[in-house]
Write a protein that binds this ligand. Structure first.
Ligand code: NAG
Ligand code: NAG
Ligand code: NAG
Ligand code: NAG
Ligand code: NAG
Ligand code: NAG
Length: 403
C-alpha cells in the first residue's frame, strides 16, 4: 500500500507524511510480542546395539528470562541431524524438570526443585514430558495462554531457575525382540534385581526397573553390525516474552496407577497420591468367548478429588504400544478430554509401523470445559490385551487456567 502511494507521490510533504506513518506502523509491529522459536540439542547420547541410556542432563539450554512457553517439541536425531526412526532407537520418554540453583557459591542447598501443580507426589516435579509419540503430538498452547517460566520472583532468594532434562532411549538394532526390549521385559535385559541389588518382585516381568541406564537388551546371536551411534534429543521451544496479556496455565499430571489415600491432617482431610507410573497388562483374550466379553481390551481406572478448579486449555495422554485411549470423566460422567493413540503405518521417522507415533489432543473452545475444585474425576486407560504388555503407562497432562 505504501509502495503504491509513493509511486504516485506528487507532493513531497505528503510523501514524507506517508513515510512517517509507515515507519511508525512498522516500529509498532516490531515491538509487538512475537512468538520466537529456538532449536536446541541435548548433550550427546552414545549407544551401541541393544543399549539403554537413561540420564539426567542438568542446566540444559533453555529460553532465558521471564517467558511464556507456547510449544515444546522434541525428537531423537543423529550426528548429522537426521531424525532417527523408533525401530532403530526407541524414545521411551523425555521429561523436563524445573529446579533452582544458587546464583553464587554459597552454603545454600545446591538444588531446590520447582513445584508444579501435581497431583502425583513423585512426578509432580515434571513440567513437561512425552515419549515415542512426541513427533506427531500437538503441543501448542493456544492464545492467550502460556506456560509461564523464568519469573525471577518465583525463585527462592539467592537462586536462579534451571531446567533438567531426562532422556530414556533404547537402541534396538539387532535385538531379539524389539517390542520386548521397548517394553523393558526383564528377561531380555537379564535383570533380576533392582538398582540396590534387591530381588525384583516375582510378578514384575517388565518396566523401567529393568531397562536401566547402561543395561543391554538381548541381541540376536551373531549380530555384530554397527558400532556406537551418537544421538541427541533435538528440542524446539516456541515462546513469547512475558506480558500481562498472557494468561498463565497450570500443568497437572494425572496417573491411572495413582493410589489415593485420605489422611485427616491438621488442615482437615488431605489426599495423598502415590503414583506407580507403570503397570502391567495381562493377556485376557485367548479365544472368541474372551473377545466377545471384553473386545480384548484391558481397562484400568482411578477416581479422585481434583484439588483445584479451572478451565481446560489443553489435554494430552501418554500411552505405550498396545494403548487405545485414555479419558478423563467428570463427576457427572461427562467427557472432559479423551486422548487416543496414533499408530505409524510406514518406515519413515514419525510414521513407524506398529509404534505409537502420536496422541490426539484436546483444545476445547475457551471456557467450555471446566473442572470443579474438589470434583471427583475418573481417569480411564484402555489397552489392547490380545497379548501381554509390560511396563505400560496411563498418564494424562492437562493445562488449566483459573476460572
Ligand atoms: C559405546 O557406548 C557406550 C555407552 O553407551 C560406552 O560405554 C562404550 O565404551 C562405547 N563403545 C565404544 C567402542 O566406543
Ligand atoms: C565455588 O567454590 C569452590 C570451592 O570453594 C570452587 O572450587 C569453585 O570453583 C567455586 N565456583 C564458583 C563458580 O565460583
Ligand atoms: C516445593 O515444595 C517443597 C515441599 O513443600 C518445598 O520444600 C520447596 O521449597 C518448594 N519449592 C519451591 C521452589 O518453592
Ligand atoms: C545374566 O546375568 C548373570 C548374572 O547376573 C550372568 O551370570 C549371565 O552370564 C548373564 N547372561 C547373559 C546372557 O548375559
Ligand atoms: C478429623 O480429625 C478431627 C480432630 O483432629 C476430628 O474432629 C474429625 O472428626 C476427624 N474427621 C474425620 C473424617 O475423621
Ligand atoms: C477362554 O479363555 C479363558 C481364559 O482366558 C478361559 O477361562 C475360558 O475357559 C476359555 N473359553 C473357551 C470356550 O475356551
Amino acid at each position: 500500500m505504501f509502495m503504491q502511494s509513493s509511486s504516485s507521490c506528487a507532493m513531497f510533504n505528503l510523501c514524507i507524511f506517508l513515510l512517517l506513518l509507515f515507519l511508525l506502523g512498522s516500529a509498532k509491529a516490531e515491538t509487538k510480542n512475537e512468538v520466537k522459536t529456538k532449536v536446541y540439542l541435548s548433550p550427546k547420547i552414545e549407544l551401541g546395539p541393544g543399549m539403554v541410556s537413561n540420564k539426567n542432563y542438568p542446566a540444559i539450554d533453555f529460553p532465558q528470562g521471564h517467558v511464556a512457553i507456547k510449544s515444546f517439541d522434541a525428537e531423537l536425531v543423529d550426528q548429522d541431524g537426521n531424525p532417527v526412526p523408533l525401530y532403530q532407537t526407541y524414545l521411551h520418554h523425555w521429561i523436563l524438570i524445573k529446579y533452582y540453583q544458587p546464583i553464587h557459591n554459597s552454603t545454600l542447598p545446591p538444588i531446590i526443585f520447582g513445584n508444579v501443580s501435581g497431583v502425583c507426589n513423585g512426578n509432580s516435579l515434571i513440567s513437561l514430558g512425552s515419549g515415542s509419540e512426541t513427533r506427531k503430538t500437538l503441543s501448542h498452547v493456544p492464545d492467550p495462554y502460556g506456560i509461564v517460566v523464568g519469573n525471577p520472583s518465583d525463585a527462592p532468594a539467592g537462586y536462579e531457575e534451571k531446567w533438567l532434562l531426562n532422556v530414556h532411549a533404547i537402541d534396538t538394532r539387532g535385538v531379539v525382540d524389539k517390542l520386548g526390549c521397548l517394553e523393558c521385559t526383564c528377561d531380555l535385559y537379564n535383570v533380576t534385581t533392582d538398582e540396590d541389588g534387591k530381588p525384583l518382585p516375582p510378578d514384575y516381568y517388565g518396566g523401567m526397573r529393568c531397562c536401566r541406564d547402561g543395561t543391554r537388551c538381548s541381541l540376536k546371536g551373531g549380530y555384530n553390525k554397527g558400532g556406537n551411534i551418537t544421538y541427541y534429543l533435538k528440542y524446539t521451544v516456541r515462546y513469547m516474552d512475558w506480558d500481562p496479556s498472557i494468561v498463565p496455565v497450570r500443568l497437572f499430571v494425572l496417573d491411572v496407577t495413582d493410589i489415593v489415600t485420605k489422611a485427616n491432617g491438621s488442615q482437615g482431610i488431605v489426599y495423598q497420591h502415590d503414583c506407580q507410573v507403570e503397570y502391567q497388562v495381562k493377556k485376557s483374550c485367548s479365544n472368541i468367548t474372551d473377545f466377545a466379553k471384553n473386545g480384548c481390551t484391558d481397562t484400568k481406572s482411578v477416581s479422585f478429588s481434583f484439588p483445584v478448579g479451572g478451565k481446560l486449555v489443553y489435554g494430552v495422554g501418554h500411552l505405550h504400544v498396545g494403548g487405545v485411549s485414555i479419558a478423563i470423566h467428570g463427576q457427572d460422567g461427562r467427557d472432559i478430554c479423551t486422548s487416543t493413540t496414533i499408530y505409524g503405518k510406514g518406515t519413515k521417522a514419525g510414521n513407524e509401523a506398529g509404534y505409537v507415533v502420536g496422541m490426539s489432543t484436546c483444545y476445547p473452545k475457551p471456557g467450555s470445559v471446566k473442572i470443579g475444585g474438589g470434583e471427583t474425576i475418573t481417569l480411564v486407560s484402555k489397552y489392547n490385551s490380545a497379548r501381554r504388555h509390560a511396563g505400560v503407562m496411563g498418564l494424562f497432562n492437562i493445562l488449566l487456567a483459573d476460572s
